[in-house]
Design a binder for this molecule. Structure first.
Ligand code: NDP
Ligand code: GDR
Length: 345
């Protein structure tokens, strides 16, 4: 029998890569999607097969992490072997504007899902999308033993989710793990996160449809990796014998300024001519530097990132330039990672 997985947040960046990975491994994949007035499935449309087709392996279900009863009935109906909780209000800056909503989705949503697992009587392995934002003000390098110091409503909500996942592991003997993932990006990254904002702007400026991009703090340091590699790490965390928490990171940190420089120069542009400051992109409390130590994941899961922030900037610029040239969206990555690495080695 093939395994069955439920992914919350399947329409997001990570959800789409994880769905691809699991379908490729022969899983039956179920995804929770929110009802919206417009279609919100563009990242997974290429995976969709009409459910009437006997070959269909991907099934989508309406639901929301704010609706606990729905989660119970859905879990009972699907009876998954693995649950990946990726859904969240995931934007740090937005969490200062919508702190209560962020707490409800990114924090309380996790306990609703964990309780739904218990109440429905199913026994899946459970993955919680924890974040390097938990470290906040604690300086790098950050590992599984580094103390947390959240600096935003988003990070505080994720802190609750981290601890409640750990508590359910200890209290109810659940196979529940936290993946503490450092920033990971891709051509499918949401357009308002800094990397994608930059690479889309580079493509538009290069195409002559935009002159400037307005940015906030350029001094912060992030450890940017490639999302397609990180979902493999998530899956590996659920395949081990004993549940535990793991950092996934590249171990390489660069500033937003350096990501700008690399992205613009890759397209033959001078970033200083096109970047302007707008204070609206500043955060009331900033996270200055995140650089992960992924040695535990390497030793115990055999997982290692091969693409760092410098390579990622070029990969994402290439994809956005390619997408703009045919007025498309790069949901289906136009860049094959292996051929890209060979071409730029
Ligand atoms: P995205 O913002 O791309 O995707 C978030 C997903 O959550 C979307 O599918 C969204 O649905 C869904 N969602 C939001 N609110 C709800 C809700 N109330 N009920 C059900 N679904 C909801 O995030 P990423 O893919 O980048 O990240 C995945 C997870 O990993 C998130 O929890 C994020 O916080 C966490 N994380 C991400 C990191 C990164 O660098 N990408 C690093 C560390 C942690 P819709 O499409 O309808 O909006
Ligand atoms: P982050 O990602 O907050 O690290 O959270 P984001 O890309 O939003 O910001 C990274 C850094 O860039 C600075 N910055 C700007 N950020 C945005 N979005 N827009 C700007 O114009 C801009 N200018 C400068 C920010 O101040 C910040 O220092 C992401 C999310 O995916 C979380 O869900 C996840 O948990 C963490 O990564 C790990």
């Amino acid at each position: 029998m093939n395994k069955r997985a439920l992914i919350t947040g399947i329409t997001g960046q990570d959800g789409s890569y994880l769905a691809e990975l699991l379908l490729g491994k022969g899983y039956e994949v179920h995804g929770l999607i929110r009802r919206a007035s417009t279609f919100n499935t563009s990242r997974i449309d290429h995976l969709y097969v009409d459910p009437h087709d006997p070959s269909a392996k991907l099934f989508l279900h309406y639901g929301d992490l704010s609706d606990g009863a729905r989660l119970v009935t859905l879990l009972a109906e699907i009876n998954p072997d693995e649950v990946y909780n990726l859904a969240a209000q995931s934007h740090v800056r937005v969490s200062f504007d919508e702190p209560e909503h962020t707490a409800d989705t990114t924090g309380t949503g996790t306990i609703r899902l964990l309780e739904a697992v218990r109440m429905s009587g199913v026994q899946p392995r459970f993955y919680q999308a924890s974040s390097s934002e938990l470290y906040g003000a604690t300086p790098p390098p950050q590992s599984e033993t580094t103390p947390f110091y959240p600096r935003s409503p988003y990070a505080a909500a994720k802190l609750y989710s981290y601890w409640i996942t750990k508590n359910y592991r200890e209290a109810y003997d659940m196979f529940a793990v936290n993946g503490i993932l450092f920033n990971h990006e891709s051509p499918r990254r949401g357009e308002t996160f800094v990397t994608r904002k930059i690479t889309r702007a580079v493509a538009a400026i290069k195409a002559g449809t935009q002159d400037y991009v307005y940015m906030g703090n350029l001094d912060s340091v992030r450890d940017w990796g490639y999302a397609a590699e990180y979902v493999e790490g998530m899956w590996r965390m659920l395949q081990v014998d004993t549940p535990d928490d793991y950092v996934l990171a590249t171990g390489v940190g660069i500033t937003v300024r350096e990501f700008l420089e690399i992205s613009f120069s890759h397209a033959g542009l001078d970033w200083e001519k096109h970047v302007r400051f707008d204070e609206r992109y500043l955060r009331p409390t900033e996270v200055d530097a995140l650089i992960g130590d992924p040695s535990k994941a390497h030793a115990e899961l055999g997982w290692k990132a091969t693409v760092d922030g410098r390579q990622l900037a070029k990969l994402m610029v290439d994809a956005d330039i390619e997408a703009i040239s045919h007025a498309g969206t790069p949901w289906i990555d136009t860049v094959n990672l292996d051929s890209w690495k060979m071409a730029t080695a």
